[in-house]
Design a protein around this ligand. Structure first.
Ligand SMILES: Nc1ncnc2c1ncn2[C@@H]1O[C@H](COP(=O)(O)OP(=O)(O)OP(=O)(O)O)[C@@H](O)[C@H]1O
Ligand SMILES: [Mg+2]
Length: 374
């Protein structure tokens, strides 16, 4: 019987490549030999705490900052060999960078003008860009006559009008209030999908990174700790910093007891059996066990209860409730458990006793001696 021929998917085209890029400011190293490949059409987010090197990495890709060692390639060409106008990179920064003495259309068309594009074509492309960012007809306004959100849309239009190979966005909506920020994110994602433009987005908000990105680059102190899809980073963190920075987590002390088909960990009075790929330690090691709040189940106390707890408080979050618990067997540690559904508050009132059990999914462990990079 003839078997169907399985074709390999087309190999992804690399749009941006960084090879061991190192950047110093004086004696301090802002980026430690960072290597990264970004595929054409991808939406990549650089995620990490303040000062970890996100803006520096973005500026290196834009060619605004030069690496001390290592190389940056855009579309296979070494960045340093391209003149600034040949780089075709759209850059949007955090703060409004519109030129105040030019109107919106002049701001957006400025880079085209500098490249010698004909006036009629500039006018057409500016209007197209304004339509993309949902500001048609705003060309004659002055930047001062726009709201913060509109100004950042104009900045986005200015980056898009050059038809960039790569769009680089450094916390472009961070000054906007939460509601507007969310709607701008949806619009950005929509625009990015429609145009298929390779996009690198910077944020220190894990929820933004998880909701928008094809892949996320988690950074800490100038190092890239892990690169992966939001799902992989959340479910299979390879580093304790990633486990605690991406998503909410309880961190509990335990010990690696033994290994058969699974790894057996001791935690308080109970044992957990986890798939080996979720445990990053050796037999006998003290471990920190990272438990997602939705991986803990509550049940009424009964003869099967292995670990008992008392409800201390609730944090109502609209679509879910975080229930904080005292667990005497865990000493000072308090646990929080995430429950969806409107009845969580009444099912588990403050003062109520409950038995705890743990799903193996959503739990990982790291050797306690492995400290996150400071
Ligand atoms: N021009 C500069 N001169 C000296 N040090 C700098 C310069 N630019 C950045 N740094 C330092 O490099 C490190 C990384 O800075 P960077 O701006 O890339 O961080 P970031 O991740 O973007 O932070 P934030 O989230 O606060 O914007 C920081 O320690 C910062 O103080
Ligand atoms: Mg920054």
């Amino acid at each position: 019987m003839a078997t169907a021929q399985l074709r390999n998917p087309e190999p992804a085209i690399v749009a941006v490549q960084l090879n061991k890029v190192l950047k110093r400011f004086g004696d301090a190293i802002a980026l430690h030999e960072v290597s990264l490949k970004i595929h054409q059409g991808e939406f990549i987010t650089l995620l990490g705490p303040s000062g970890c090197g996100k803006t520096t990495l973005l500026k290196l890709m834009a060619g605004v900052v030069e690496a001390d060692t290592g190389e940056v390639f855009i579309d296979g060409q070494r960045l340093g060999e391209l003149a600034p106008h040949e780089r075709e990179i759209g850059l949007v920064l955090q703060n409004n960078t519109l030129l105040p003495h030019m109107n919106v259309a002049q701001n957006i068309g400025y880079d085209l003008h500098r490249r010698g594009v004909a006036q009629a074509e500039i006018a057409e492309r500016v209007e197209q860009a304004l339509t993309i960012v949902k500001l048609p007809g705003f060309g004659q306004r002055n930047p001062q006559e726009l709201s913060g959100g509109q100004q950042q849309r104009v900045a986005l239009a200015r980056a898009l009008v050059i038809r960039p190979k790569v769009l680089l966005l450094d916390e472009p909506f961070s000054t906007l209030d939460k509601g507007l920020r969310l709607s701008m994110h949806n619009e950005l994602k929509d625009i990015q999908r429609r145009l298929g433009v390779t996009t690198v987005f910077v944020t220190h908000e894990q929820s933004e990174a998880l909701s928008m990105s094809d892949r996320v680059v988690v950074m800490c102190a100038g190092h890239v700790l892990q690169i992966g899809t939001p799902d992989t980073l959340y479910r299979r963190p390879r580093d304790p910093f990633v486990a605690s920075f991406v998503g909410d987590v309880n961190i509990l002390a335990g010990r690696y007891l033994s290994r058969d088909d699974r790894v057996v960990l001791a935690m308080a009075d109970i044992t957990l059996r986890l798939p080996a790929e979720q445990v990053h330690a050796e037999v006998g090691a003290r471990v920190n066990i990272y438990v997602r709040p939705e991986s803990i189940r509550l049940a009424p106390l009964g003869p099967d209860t292995l670990l008992s707890a008392t409800v201390v408080s609730h944090v109502f979050q609209g679509d879910h409730v975080d229930i904080h618990l005292d667990v005497p067997a865990l000493g000072q540690n308090r646990l929080f458990v995430r429950q969806s559904g409107p009845d969580a508050l009444t099912r588990w009132p403050v003062g109520c006793a409950a038995g705890l059990s743990f799903a193996s999914e959503g739990i990982c462990a790291f050797a306690a001696a492995v400290l996150p990079i400071p």
